[in-house]
Ligand binder design. Sequence first.
Ligand code: ACM
Length: 272
Amino acid sequence: MKLDLEIVQFEPKLAKTHENIDLMEKYIKGSKANIIVFPELATSGYFYTDKEELSKVAINAEDEIISQFQSMAEDIDKLIVFGFPEEEDSLFYNSAAILTPDREKSSIYRKSHLFYKESLVFEEGNTGFFVVDYEPLNINIGTMICYDWRFPEAARTLALQGADLIICPSNLVTGVWQGVMQARALENSVYVAVANRIGEESKSFEVLKFNGESTIIDPNGLPLVSAGGNNEISIVASIDPDLTRDKSFNEFNDIFEDRRPELYFSDNEEEE
Ligand code: ACM
């Protein structure tokens, strides 16, 4: 079954939660896609170095804001994925909500690998990598966030759990990820959707520039659609989860069955 996947690339405004959410709602209400994805920390903006400041925009999973998005997912029968600063027990996580029309399946992923000054305010994610199996659309969705892309284990772990699509809400500040994410799609034979943001944020005279170029990549590693580097835009591609299920590419080779895990370096085994 084919379905439409949409990425909204925009410039979240620092500490302007309601402004950001209004814009996200506008895109959700106007969307015809089955799945709509927003960047990392879409509700809050990115550059926080002070927990007190972050606490003002942090959202608990039980907060009204999350239930509003959950209700939207149910009312318009759409999966909604977006990054937000999560608060739980006075700790903060760089999280992504994966909200499905079936609230039992809705989940929160907490970013595993923290980038740069994120470690000043966020805890390392403790959810691990997991896949949401959403049967009405026959799709298995795995999520990682931005800097997780530098760790091939993240995509591999999700693919081995059965992900057809890896969604990567991002606030990327380099331009070196494109080829890598194409490789992650090809070597796992999955779709990859990188939802990046645009714009700049500064803190104490340090400026971070976010590079856009959000992309949806097919299981052969080819970009289906890409956004520009500095424009607000929504991009859509038609994807077919069935195309990710057969990992063979000729009558002799299957990229999962051909794996030789016994030969691969394992951090865990080394510690034993
Ligand atoms: C990043 O992890 N926001 C680069």
